[in-house]
Design a protein around this ligand. Sequence first.
Ligand SMILES: Cc1cc2nc3c(=O)[nH]c(=O)nc-3n(C[C@H](O)[C@H](O)[C@H](O)COP(=O)(O)O)c2cc1C
Length: 150
Amino acid sequence: MNVLIIYATFSGSTLTAAQLIEAVLKRKGHAVTLKSANEADPSEMNNYDLVVLGSCTWDFSGLEGQLHSYFVDFAKKLQGKDFSQKKFAVFGLGDKTYTHFCAAVDHLEKIVADVKGQKIKDSLRIDRFYFNQEAETKRLQSWAEKLVSE
Ligand SMILES: Cc1cc2nc3c(=O)[nH]c(=O)nc-3n(C[C@H](O)[C@H](O)[C@H](O)COP(=O)(O)O)c2cc1C
């Protein structure tokens, strides 16, 4: 399978998570491309069998539960496009001490729904990756394995 992982990070954890997913998929023999959301182009998604979207959750102007701004811009580029033939999966990073835990996942799922994409697995929500790195790494790896288990 040819997989594109599009991620957006502020302090690096989402990139680390994306790299962990990449490593699992590569170990299983799949081709993986990692791309930051500000460098991704909607048309290139056609070159892949599966597109994985991952973002941290942030607070802008005092409003919690926001998606990374790179994905807000990427969503604008996707407006009106139809990816009904495309498979997608979504993961997000957050912190349970915030009111809108991992709201980035909800935003990314809406982006997938807006382009009529096929979400192939339940999305993954990672809590405080930096504090729970060992346990969350295991969850990430197990989720990544299931992405390509069919
Ligand atoms: C200013 C700020 C705002 C945040 N807002 C939220 C939030 O609303 N909901 C949430 O679940 N996590 C929130 N987080 C937690 C981050 O999403 C979490 O630390 C994540 O691992 C950061 O990923 P990154 O290293 O890829 O940027 C916030 C963190 C910061 C520093």
